[in-house]
Design a protein around this ligand. Sequence first.
Ligand code: APR
Ligand code: PHB
Length: 393
Amino acid sequence: MLDGGGKQGMRTQVAIVGAGPAGLMLGRLLEQAGIDAVIVERKSADYVLGRIRAGVLEWGSVDLLERAGVGRRMRAEGLVHHGTALSFDGDRLHIDFTGLVGRQVMVYGQTEVTRDLMAIRQGLTIYEAEEVELHDLDGQPAVTYRKDGVAHRIDCDFIAGCDGFHGVCRASVPQQALTTFERVYPFGWLGVLVDEKPVDDELIYAHHPRGFALCSQRSPTRSRYYVQVDAGERVEDWPDDRFWDELRRRLDPATAEALQTGASIEKSIAPLRSFVAEPLRFGRLFLAGDAAHIVPPTGAKGLNLALGDVAMLAPALVEALIERSSAGIDTYSARALQRIWKAERFSWWMTGLLHVFPDAGAFGRRIQRAEFDYLARSRAAQQSLAENYVGLP
Ligand code: APR
Ligand code: PHB
């Protein structure tokens, strides 16, 4: 079908921009409710699956995956973690999620969540869409793009901006309609993926005078490790041996000894940032996931927040499209932001406790140590950490 502008045209109820976990989960939840949605993604499916991202699911996210009908492989292959370890200058502290708050987390990679959501999707996903643009957000919205040199147009009732931090959706909102809040940290995480047995049954978050380190995992045979590096460091300057040496130095001696190293299968540096854009709605456009907010990875909240957003947005859109009630979409932004800011606070706090800040000085380091000692001796403090880590209701 050609529209007046000579573009290939189609119509859907919800045009979703971005096929990351937020876009794919939203598509799935709408599909389950009988709502038609088309996803437009800039990259190829293989590229999306090649990105290595976080791997810890709050139990609310686990339940959402189950409800969405994509829980089977997670149930079989995911690892239930009942706690986590913190280490401060070599002193270990165990945080017992189950004992403290009666809940757990599931270690299951974002790549796997994405793969499962891609596999179950019935609706149309347009990969490798170029020059994606949004139109008439206040009136009759549309998304246009080019694919294989041909211009396309999708008319829709609503647009969901699930296109990540660098996407086009937030950038399409007039600047004066958005307020943004940001903190950029003067360091990043250098991450390595390796096919070796994880060094511990649980994750280890380690503070060390040389910088933060994290021992994480994807499966019983695949591990993910990180070290804090200065902003501006380049991956090319970190051959595997240098990475392993640096990681060992930041771990307690027993853990360093037990570490099984090997050839990295992925290595990348991620900058750390806290960011929130408010509100999450502009006319008929709704932002969700990284398009609206970024957390530093220290609390493992990014993926969970993205899933939490769309778990709220999907029923609101269904209500608007089927029951013709705007109650859900009118309150989506305020409701989602409540949850987002709490996760922002927790991620900022955990980042502050565990990293080395170039300008903290001796006072700042003593405060970090006191915070750790308080945590080590206070059940209330541990409960607060655990409650946030496993996910607030
Ligand atoms: N047009 C279409 N698609 C786009 C555009 C664009 N202009 N810009 C970006 N995209 C796509 C990206 O290629 C990506 O596949 O949008 C998708 C956004 O996916 P994510 O970045 O994974 O964001 P989200 O789905 O919100 O998931 C958040 O990802 O970054 C992690 O820690 C974060 O775990 C969290 C999760
Ligand atoms: C990861 O496994 O990539 C991971 C785990 C926990 C975090 C951040 C990243 O807090």
